[in-house]
Design a protein around this ligand. Structure first.
Ligand SMILES: [Zn+2]
Length: 193
């Protein structure tokens, strides 16, 4: 018996059309080395997980990923930011600052999360010398926006300072993940960027 050529097979093409896909189907088998398990996904989406930069993937477009999901990361220690007199920031790309921090202390642990929020959990230093967990307001790292040239953001060009400041002020993770798909990324036949 001769099988029909499925690429020319009218009923299948009709079905593809109805589904709104012009391309042929593409399947990727589950591989725990590449794909997050359900458990890992919920850990990342709830508080997040601690990880060193060595365990974080930098995608070809410089955004950050754990297995097949983009995510953000930050140092979950308020005192660290306090000592540097900086507002808490999270990173969405392998920026110049992350490169520097990696050189300084490659074993530094970061909190990695896929959660979309304005406040994230971190250790908060209290005057008694004790730490407690607290939800703290964060902003996106401007070096990350520069690295990605996010919406044409430029950290160094004076002429664009006003515009870049506006991009920074109006940054929303919802917009970011609309531009850079969060999940699932595909590493098979097609490279997801
Ligand atoms: Zn950054």
């Amino acid at each position: 018996m001769e099988l029909p050529d499925f690429i020319e097979f009218a009923p299948f093409n009709k079905m593809r059309e109805d589904m709104g896909t012009r391309e042929l189907g593409y399947f990727e088998l589950f591989d725990p080395a590449l794909h997050l398990t359900g458990e890992e996904r919920s850990a990342l989406a709830n508080g997040g997980v601690l990880n060193k930069l060595d365990n974080v993937k930098t995608l070809p477009d410089n955004t950050l990923a754990i297995k097949n999901s983009r995510m953000l990361l930050y140092i979950p220690d308020e005192n660290w930011f306090r000592q540097r007199r900086e507002y808490p920031t999270y990173h969405v790309a392998r920026c110049s600052l992350l490169d520097e921090l990696y050189k300084e202390s490659p074993d530094q642990e970061y909190l990695v999360t896929t959660r979309l929020a304005q406040d994230y959990d971190m250790l908060k230093y209290r005057d008694g010398g004790e730490y407690s967990l607290a939800s703290v307001g964060f902003v996106v790292c401007k070096h990350c926006l520069h690295k990605l040239r996010y919406k044409d953001f430029d950290e160094f060009r004076n002429r664009k300072r006003g515009y870049s400041q506006k991009v920074l002020n109006e940054f929303k993770l919802e917009d970011f993940y609309r531009l850079y798909k969060q999940y699932p990324l595909s590493f098979g036949g097609r490279q997801e960027q």
